[in-house]
Design a protein around this ligand. Structure first.
Ligand SMILES: [Zn+2]
Ligand SMILES: [Zn+2]
Length: 193
């Protein structure tokens, strides 16, 4: 595969490949189309340039059902032959957040992660402090409680950041195994003395 960084000249055939590449992202097209329209409306209202790169960033985020770092988005776009600088990418991410289409997370105080908002069910996040794994939790009962509370206060909910910090099942198992091994070692040493 040809690397986008290999040449600096603007090549129309490369641009075409990039456009074609964006067409075969498998997504729920109805949601993406509406998110696209909302993004267009926002950019028109705020006099922002509607570039193919900006739409490609939107599509990249809406194609993924997980949390993405700016680095991953940048790498994916490069693979699809889009030339977007990191600064331009951050700029568009800010636009998408301002437009209410993308949500930014900072799960572990490390690299920020982004996810789509529009047409995507509000959910909770279970974050393991040990391995950093983030699991999504869709619990209708929580949603019901929050929705009711918002209704009582006359508040219109747009997004929700609900984090539960702790230890995942795998890390707990691992920790238990280590503890058992430590105990066995202790018994053995005591037995010798
Ligand atoms: Zn874990
Ligand atoms: Zn999420």
């Amino acid at each position: 595969m040809m690397k986008a960084s290999a040449d600096t000249s603007v090549d129309t055939s490369t641009t075409k490949t990039a456009r074609e590449a964006s067409a075969d992202i498998s997504v729920d097209t109805s949601t993406t189309k509406t998110a696209r329209e909302l993004f267009t409306d926002y950019m028109v209202a705020h006099k922002c340039r509607k570039t193919p790169e900006r739409y490609a960033i939107l599509e990249e985020i809406y194609a993924e059902q997980k949390h993405l770092t700016v680095k991953t988005i940048h790498d994916n776009l490069r693979e699809k032959k889009y030339r977007v600088s990191v600064a331009a990418l951050y700029n568009t991410m800010q636009l998408l957040m301002d437009a209410g289409l993308v949500l930014k997370h900072n799960f572990n105080g490390e690299e920020a992660q982004y996810e789509r908002v529009y047409g995507y069910e509000l959910h909770e996040h279970l974050i393991c402090r040990q391995c950093g794994k983030v699991e999504e939790l869709v619990e209708p009962k929580i949603s019901k409680v929050v929705k009711n509370a918002c209704r009582v206060k006359g508040f219109r909910e747009e997004s929700r950041l609900f984090y539960v910090y702790g230890m995942c099942a795998r890390c707990q198992k691992k920790k238990n195994r280590i503890n058992i091994l430590k105990q066995i070692k202790k018994i053995k040493t005591h037995g010798k003395s």
